[in-house]
Design a protein around this ligand. Structure first.
Ligand code: FAD
Ligand code: DLZ
Ligand code: SF4
Length: 507
């Protein structure tokens, strides 16, 4: 009699809680490539390839560490297509006395796991995922009784809890947050850091062939697949980021440049989210760069805030808000996503760049996701659930716990402002300030009306005008509404007509 320990595709860590406290010989690790996980949304081809290859490499690492691994491949002729089906088959093979599993990252999978005890008549122990720094209970306690769940205050608690960037209980550098130093545009130059490229090995090449054949109708390209698929290679990318990009990470965090998908970002989110890297370790190493004088406080604090603050915070929101969160649509947006979200073929250079890059690589950085793609979808009134599903499909780092609050909450204001006190909307001027996109665009960013006018400009005012009932008494938007009201009526009507005409042709 043994214990069955299912390890899911985003649980690729050797120190996973389900593996702790038992002798390796006392259990069988079960890893399952299953059709339902690859198709519950039409994931980007590179996302499937990354996860399957990282899973196969992790199975090897587990075996090398002394574990017994039962690995079910997607092309197994007996495969059952679902986690629950594979557990049933594994029970028949191993006759376990119990199942121990680390909690999953999604309500959908949590419901499956909760059904196993009754379904199979075996005890199922679901352990907390200790790779996160804030437990569900701690988040609940922090959130209880607060009127607003402000990320900044959560983040300060997490700084106190971990001791990161604290000098005798006070924030290092004299402030908790250095964001005001972090909003500079960038120029491309020859010395920009480049993420490392990892050539596919035999395992990855086999997975790439499988994905090319089986998921030909999924979005995205498999060309130039160069993600790390082992903890050792993910670690190489982390070391390269700390050495080459972290010092300027803060300053250029919001910048966007044509043909430069990665800039000074770490490109580590796929590895963090699937378990190849550890969040606290990365934060501590970032702090060490500051303490050693190799990276300035604005960069290091900004980087740590993303992981210790935002990443933990959105996870807390996801589990706190429950499975119905995905249905929220505060602004009652119903428009279908335009077809060019699947091709990138639009005359709007900023969207062409951000979506094109997303389909090519499976990655876009935060401001492209928030202030270009998300901003457009929100201004145009796209259905937030469709927007959420698009983001879940196309990004290699996307799992529902992190993607949904960022997309439906932060970016689409679908929850009415849980994550931010006002919608993240901007006209073309913001994109022009932070990027070099507008210079080569078919549209003119300075114009609000006329055939060449940047669509973001009229859409921005149309959005504010049509949602006055819900946003009009938001004090953070009062100045913007006053500016709108100051315009002559015929100017306002011209802008609204421009937006209506654009939306009528936007499909
Ligand atoms: P860096 O810029 O180097 O940031 C460092 C790390 O901070 C990241 O690796 C990531 O782990 C963490 N981080 C930064 N911002 C956030 C955030 N808002 N929420 C959670 N973690 C954060 N991130 C995901 O990991 N998965 C997603 O599915 C995802 N969907 C998003 C959808 C939208 C609409 C938006 C606006 C943001 C989304 N993000 C998501 C957050 C962010 O865009 C990515 O984490 C980041 O672009 C990953 O690239 P990087 O590793 O180079 O990040
Ligand atoms: C996203 C994904 C994909 C594409 N395929 C698999 C798979 O075949 N097997 C697996 O264990 N996990 C996969 N995943 C990740 C799961 O969807 C993820 O573990 C759940 O979303 C829970 O967070
Ligand atoms: Fe985007 Fe408008 Fe600039 Fe074109 S002009 S790149 S549409 S912001």
């Amino acid at each position: 009699m043994t214990t069955l320990v299912p390890v899911l595709g985003d649980q690729l860590s050797l120190d996973l809680s389900s593996l702790a406290g038992m002798e390796a010989r006392d259990f069988v690790v079960l890893m399952m490539e299953v059709a339902d996980e690859t198709t519950y949304v039409r994931h980007h081809k590179k996302k499937i390839a990354y996860i399957l290859s990282a899973m196969r490499h992790h199975a090897q690492a587990l075996v090398e560490a002394g574990y017994t691994v039962d690995y079910v491949r997607l092309d197994d002729p007996e495969a059952s297509d679902s986690f629950t089906g594979e557990i049933a088959r594994a029970i028949a093979r191993h006759d376990p006395e119990r199942i121990v599993v680390t909690e999953p990252g999604e309500w959908r999978v949590a419901a499956m796991i909760e059904s196993w005890q009754t379904l199979f008549g075996l005890p199922v122990e679901i352990r907390a995922d200790t790779r996160f720094l804030c437990s569900h209970r701690e988040f609940e306690d922090w959130a209880a009784g607060r009127r607003a769940l402000t990320m900044e205050f959560f983040y300060r608690e997490m700084r106190r809890k971990t001791g990161l960037l604290l000098d005798e209980g006070k924030p290092a550098g004299g402030q908790w947050n250095f964001d005001k130093d972090n909003r500079q545009p960038a120029d491309a130059d020859l010395f920009m850091p480049r993420p490392l490229r990892f050539e596919p090995d035999a395992i990855t090449r086999e997975v790439l062939a499988l994905v090319a054949e089986r998921f030909a109708d999924h979005p995205g390209s498999l060309e130039d697949f160069d993600y790390a698929v082992t903890a050792a290679d993910a670690e190489r990318q982390a070391a390269s980021f700390f050495a080459n990009a972290l010092p300027d990470f803060g300053r250029y965090e919001d910048a966007m440049l044509r043909g430069q998908p990665f800039l000074w970002h770490s490109i580590l989110s796929p590895y963090l989210n699937s378990g190849l890297l550890d969040p606290l370790d990365l934060c501590r190493r970032a702090e060490a760069e500051y303490r050693a004088g190799r990276a300035p406080i604005n960069s290091v604090e900004g980087y740590i805030r993303q992981i210790l603050g935002w990443r933990e915070y959105v996870r807390g929101i996801y589990w706190r808000e429950g499975p119905e969160y995905v249905e929220r649509n505060f602004l009652d947006h119903r428009r279908d996503l335009p077809a060019w979200f699947w091709t990138g073929e639009t005359d709007m250079q900023c969207l062409r760049e951000a979506i094109g890059q997303t389909l090519a690589t499976g990655h876009a950085h935060h401001i492209q996701r928030l202030m270009v793609i998300g901003n457009f979808a929100l201004l145009a009134g796209c259905d937030p659930k469709q927007v959420h599903e698009w983001y879940l499909q196309v990004y290699v780092d996307a799992y529902e716990w992190v993607e949904l609050p960022n997309t439906l909450g932060m970016s689409q204001f679908g929850d009415g402002g849980l994550l931010g006190s006002k919608p993240y909307v901007a006209s073309g001027a913001y994109i022009n300030r932070m990027s070099d996109y507008c210079g080569t665009c078919a549209y003119n960013v300075k114009e609000r009306v006329g055939p060449a006018a940047c669509p973001f400009n009229a859409l921005y005012w149309h959005f504010l005008d049509r949602h006055r009932d819900k946003l009009g008494d938001n004090h953070r938007m009062a100045l913007t509404y006053r500016n709108w009201d100051r315009q002559d009526e015929d100017i306002r009507e011209g802008i609204l007509a421009q937006a209506r005409a654009f939306l009528a042709g936007c499909a």
